[in-house]
Design a protein. Sequence first.
Length: 364
Amino acid sequence: MFPLSVKFACCLICLAASANVWAQSEAATDTGLTDTAMVQATTQRRHGLDPASQLIERIGATPEVVIQIFREAGLSPTAYALTAADLQKIAEAITILPPLHQEVLQQRLRSLSFVENMPNTALTSTVNPAEPCRLFDITIRAAILKQSASEWVAEKEGSCFDLSNSEVRIQADVGTITAIQYVLLHEATHVVDATKDITPSIRSGPEPGPAAAETPFTAGIWEDRQTPARPWQDAKLMMIRFRQGGRVLPAGDAKQVYRALGKTPFVTLYGSCARTEDLAEYVTVYHLTQKLQQPFRITVLEGSAEVLVHEPIASPLPRGRLDLMNPFYEIAGSSPQEETDKGMDGTAAGVRGPGGDGGDKVER
């Protein structure tokens, strides 16, 4: 798997900038905007983000800086021509996003693009990592537009095991959800996190000090960026391929691995690899099951026999985190918040190489 990783971080509402703000000069001081609102408006103008535009209108060519990342890794991603059916699927994926996601993306998402020959499923990259108000580009592998979420989740989770020449299979049931709905929700959660510090913020340099070591979502769950708290450090889970130094496990380990996962607060194997992926996967599964009333279960089969069913939201530990999702839906009537980002990695283009925050990988 192509070793791309990206840093994200942060918690609550986005500031609305109107079309009038877009048209104002950077020197304007009599608009009534707060300092942070002016910083946001100025940043948006500088990087070509019109906050009055609809999210669907931000679909376009993949930014050259993102293409260059792939080229430097010896890869050759190519442009993908979206069909009318593709655009309909993307529009539906945008429509189902939680309210907070909609608000944050409206102010912070510069572009959404789709490419072929992309080695990972998606990449969320920071446009301006050195600035206080960060904007983002999301790039997605076009092939997932043809997949259901059930197909994609089974493929993703199943990649942790060598299923060749084995009767073991990994099956997923995500109802009527499409892969692009799942993936866009996951990636958009990284943008929300990066803007709101829902997981501990990380800038260039060492791990945050004690004051930033945990947040309500990570407290008691994560020791640091990639290390779960001791109760969740199952030997097999710590060996899965999504973790640094991990590997593809024998098919015969699937039942044991999912049994171990079922004794943790994590909803998927990918979500167990680091705290940012824990958040992105948890929000996604929560929204699909609790708000859209869709199933989410992963089944381990041996031949035609079901040997284990993993249905995380039905388990006590994941359910114990349900109330932490309320802020994603409680934005109506909220007052504008201070929009200076509190923490993100400051590497070039917001993209980390191997050995970055592990869990902030968007290599799906």
